[in-house]
Design a protein around this ligand. Sequence first.
Ligand code: GLN
Length: 488
Amino acid sequence: MDQLSAKQLRDKIRAGEINSVAATKAVFEQIAKIEPTIGAYISTFEESALDKAKEVDERIAKNEPVGELAGVPVAIKDNMCSDFGATTCASKILADFHAPYNATVVEKLLAADAVIVGKTNLDEFAMGSSTENSGLKQTVNPWDTSRVPGGSSGGSTAAVSAGLCFAALGSDTGGSIRQPASFCGVVGLKPTYGRISRFGLVAYGSSLDQIGPITRTVEDCALMMNVIAGHDEKDSTSISESVAPLCNYLEKLNEPISKLKIGIVPELNAGSDSEVLKAINGAIEVYKKLGAEIVEVQMPHFDYAISVYYVVATAEASSNLARYDGIHYGHRTENPADYVEVYTKSRAEGFGQEVKRRIMLGTYALSSGYYDAYYLKALKVRNLIRADFTKAFEKCNCIMMPVSPTTAFKIGEKTDDPLKMYLSDIYTIAANLAGVPSISIPCGFDKNNLPVGLQILSPAFSEDKLLRIARTYEKETDWHKKRPSIND
Ligand code: GLN
């Protein structure tokens, strides 16, 4: 059963061939067996999950209607609020925080009759590329447990890859869905900014954050998008036009895009490992054989993406994280001498090193005197990056490139050098700055049997086409069917 995709499982549950209680129990057996090694979850909800599964089974037995994810065990990243369990953001400052409401995406999953298995580990407040910045625990890569799962949604991608759930949600501010998806050999989609409600997603960089699906197949990704995409009046940045359910991502998924033009940016490949490039080029060859045309496009401002991101994201983070003051939320220091110490000591004790570094960087970039030199300048360059995409997409339907310059690295390999860690997002950050959708799909393995991800970017609000392009490749190849041996 753990070899099934979420959609296959859903179809079997709906048809009465498998019951959701059995599927959910199988997931919890797998959790009991390998979760102590993987460390994907911060919390699990066996009792409520089985209750929900039972309810779905009973409704199916009575021929009552059930939702799109009927009885499918799924996981959510622990930076999405839920009115059950804690919402920790993997931070000591929120370790005991219980949200009074559900994020819109959580409501939507429940309304679609998904079975929520648990909440997954992440880099604290989603700041990181390896999940090593979690203030609560370590997650390892199911393909090689001495390596990182990527980050910041490393818990979600490890859980999907290791069979600890059938699909999951992540959030992506600069690559946090796609990079760990590529490291763990699963599919990860960062939708267009505004496509999915951020209501109830704990904010890191609000103009960049976007929730998206992490799945075993492109088809599952489309299914999850059908459930979570759409306007939400609780999020003023969510977009109302032509989104699901008006547009059903599954309906036309298997129709290939005719006269597909793929943009490539040759100069960007220089920084990638040769084995990563080999896999990417191999994937592009598959499209070529199917009749796609390859065009070279220029992205002259791409090189500035990381610098721009670390000004914009840290500036927004410094503001967003001001609310953790020892009073409104979470951890409060014991026996403060005065009210200033309530703030300073609570924050000093609650936040980890990387979060503190970013708050300081962002506060500096926003301070009077430096605002124009850093923040405003970064916004201007952000516009140039956006314009690069607009221009490039005049010549092609999508752009393909690696997700990350390397495959999964060793635990501890980059923790002493934040800049090295920041560079692992060199290919993913531009999509967030421009707001365009981007997907990572499995496209091969390196010599250490570690998965490689192909990144495909497309114009804003074209997720339907992006998924079709990704699906075209999936139909031709078997990479997405490979599972780490830890699952056996
Ligand atoms: N790795 C990037 C960072 O550390 C992106 C994180 C994310 O997308 N949440 O900011």
